[in-house]
Design a protein around this ligand. Structure first.
Ligand code: 6PG
Length: 259
């Protein structure tokens, strides 16, 4: 039975980023203490950049980074040096500043044929991640963003990637920009220990309302992001006040440290 989303609203994107960095560290410390390592799937897009920069600067000395294993929730099918690459974002704002070893960083191969790259990445995940009880991988943390059309990772409305029930990684198709994508599937996302959405800006207010406070059953499952309901893990939404402007929710939890 999926647990209720825990919604946290912050004054602005800076406060949200600071809280997200603190949660990242808190969760990593818990995972390392419990299992000797922490497995994370990073999000793409622009929102996480400020979190990555905080982790690589003011938070850098608070964690044994050699215990973290970095995967990606999705990738654009471009070379890793391309400015649109999600790996490129993490490389420049997190990995290089922390001088992390490549041995624990697992980029999706955006330069390969998407089917080949998806199968290859799934093989990497199968060799590296703990299987959860029912055969899906178990990430300690999956970071996600929310697109204005309700997409998350590279699971776009009306695409085959959304229907994938067995594979862990599959090609995705975006409506514009870099259209060819790679993405983890809903089965992977919904078996994580903790899924954290980071949503900022007035441009996300309408879609955040439709996803978090749907006005109908149809709307409740219309958007890819609405289908993110971890089967036993926690689902946290971090929004700044601009992105939360249309929400009426009073279900704001006092602290994310509460289970
Ligand atoms: C991507 C992301 C995508 C992103 C959302 C939000 O590769 O673009 O994985 O799902 O998280 O589009 O993007 P912003 O953070 O830029 O608003």
């Amino acid at each position: 039975m999926a647990r209720e989303a825990e919604i946290h609203i912050f004054e602005d994107s800076e406060e949200l980023a600071a809280e997200a960095a603190d949660l990242f560290l808190w969760l990593a410390e818990q995972a390392v203490e419990a299992r000797g390592r922490c497995t994370v799937a990073l999000s793409g897009g622009s929102t996480p950049k400020s979190v990555y920069s905080l982790l690589a600067s003011s938070h850098a000395r608070r964690l044994d980074w050699s215990r973290l294993f970095f995967f990606f929730g999705d990738e654009r099918c471009v070379p890793s040096s391309h400015p649109d690459s999600n790996f490129h974002l993490a490389q420049t704002s997190l990995f290089l500043p922390l001088n992390l070893s490549d041995a624990r960083i697992f980029p999706m191969r955006g330069e390969l044929d998407p089917q080949v790259a998806a199968a290859q990445y799934e093989g990497t995940m199968r060799r590296t991640l703990e299987p959860s009880t029912d055969g899906w991988p178990r990430f300690d943390l999956i970071l996600l963003g929310l697109g204005p059309d309700g997409h998350t990772a590279s699971l776009f409305p009306g695409t085959d990637a959304l229907k994938e029930q067995n594979k862990w990684v599959t090609p995705g198709l975006a409506p514009n920009g870099v259209r060819q994508r790679l993405t983890i599937t809903l089965g992977v996302i919904n078996h994580a220990d903790l899924v954290l959405f980071l949503v900022t800006g007035a441009g996300k207010a309408r879609i955040a309302k439709e996803v978090l406070e749907p006005s109908s059953l149809d709307e409740a499952c219309q958007h890819p992001a609405s289908l993110v309901r971890p089967s036993r893990g926690r689902l946290l939404w971090f929004l700044d006040s601009a992105a939360a402007a249309e929400l009426t929710t009073t279900r704001q939890h006092v602290s994310w440290r509460e289970e």
